[in-house]
Each structure stands twice: as C-alpha cells, then as structure tokens.
Design a protein around this ligand. Structure first.
Ligand code: GDP
Length: 200
C-alpha cells in the first residue's frame, strides 16, 4: 500500500454542504479521544491532516478528505469522512442532540458511503456508547469494520487474546476486528486492504 496524496476537501454539518459524489466514501466514528484523528493521519501518511487534540470533544462537524492510494500497481481514490467523536461528557443536551442529528443524517442519507470504521480503544474495550453506535450501524445496514486502536498499550502477548475478546464482546467473527496503533504504525496495511476490498 502506497499513499500518493491526501487532501482536505471540506467541512459540512448538513447534506447541502457535503462534497459532490466523486469516490467511494469511508466514514470514521468513535468515542472522542479514542485516537480517530491520529488514525486518519497515520492512514494518510500525513502528520497533521487532522488536528490531534488533547482536549476531547472539539470536532463538531463532518470533515472530508480525498486520498489517492496505490495497491499492487493500481490507483484508487477513496474519500474519508471524519465524523465528530461521541461520548464526551461535558456537552449540553442540546449539543448532543445536534450531534446525533448530524451523524444520523449522514449515515442514513449518504449514498457514497461504503463502509463505516468503528474505532474502539483496545485497552479500554467497547464502552456503552460504542455498543450503541454499533447497534445503530447494524440497524442502518451499513457495512462495519471494527478497528481496535492504541494496541501498542498492551504487551505483545496480550494483543491477540484481547482482539479475540473484543470480537466476542461485539458478537463478530475474529477476523472482523483489526488491530491498530498510530503511535507504532501497526495495522496500516491491514486496514487499508480491508477498506479497499469493501469499497471496490
Ligand atoms: P480523537 O479525539 O479520537 O481524534 O483522538 P486523537 O487522535 O486526538 O488522540 C487522542 C489521544 O490519544 C492523543 O493524546 C494521542 O496522542 C493518543 N493516541 C492516539 N492514537 C494512539 C495510539 O495508537 N497509541 C497510543 N499509545 N496513543 C494514541
């Protein structure tokens, strides 16, 4: 897998602001602070495409990026949609409702959307918010790829067993949960291969 280029396209809160259809889209969802920005940066080979923050709950809109990627000599254009993180405690009810509308509208309406990457913290495991999101995605009949990030925080011997536990907790087959680390650059090819296999 070789990243040829990655660029920011636009920010949107409503369908009229979404970019015009051009390429298959991959959406990234996860609890705020799970490591979503770091994952997108790692997958695009860009340190600062998405701002990594130590203050969770800051992203309040959908951000779109175009990525040119090459696999086995073939070029692909994939669009990434970075969805605002959920589960941040310090937001008001009104803000939470706004967030919900923004996300569900996108997930229900977006035709280009081919797969949703649901990011789980490998160390923490799925939270109740994660379960809710996964249930929702399943109901919405959206293909899901679960990626367990921050795997570097677990000692090597505990990684495989943890992935198996996660799959079991989420009622998914073992192969459906991929390990990732933005810090140690683990799982990049695995995630890209899974994404390219589903968007093709
Ligand atoms: P976001 O809020 O989901 O976009 O999360 P960020 O990408 O901003 O990351 C939140 C925090 O987790 C930051 O302090 C990152 O440095 C850290 N982080 C992100 N990915 C990893 C990872 O793979 N391993 C470790 N150890 N820390 C990570």
């Amino acid at each position: 897998i070789k990243i040829l280029d990655a660029r920011f396209i636009t920010t949107a809160v409503e369908p009229k602001g979404y970019p015009t259809s051009l390429a298959p889209e991959v959406a990234f969802v996860g609890r705020s602070n799970v490591g979503k920005s770091s994952m997108i940066n790692a997958l695009t080979g860009r340190k600062k495409l998405v701002r990594v923050s130590n203050t969770p709950g800051r992203t309040r809109a959908l951000n779109f990026f175009d990525v040119d990627v090459e696999r086995e000599g073939k070029r692909h254009l994939v669009r990434f949609a970075d969805l605002p993180g959920y589960g941040f405690a310090k937001v008001s009810k009104a803000e939470r409702a706004e967030w919900q509308t923004m996300i569900t509208t996108y997930l229900e309406k977006r035709r280009d959307l081919k797969v949703v990457v649901s990011i789980i913290d490998a160390e923490v495991g799925p939270t109740s918010d994660d379960f809710q999101t996964l249930d929702y995605l399943q109901e919405a009949k959206r293909p899901i790829l679960v990626v367990a990030t921050k795997i570097d925080r677990l000692p090597k011997a505990r990684r495989k067993p943890r992935l198996n536990d996660l799959a079991e907790q989420l009622s998914l087959p073992k192969e459906a949960v991929l390990a990732f680390s933005a810090t140690d650059k683990l799982g990049l090819d695995e995630v890209w291969n899974a994404l390219l296999n589903t968007v093709k």
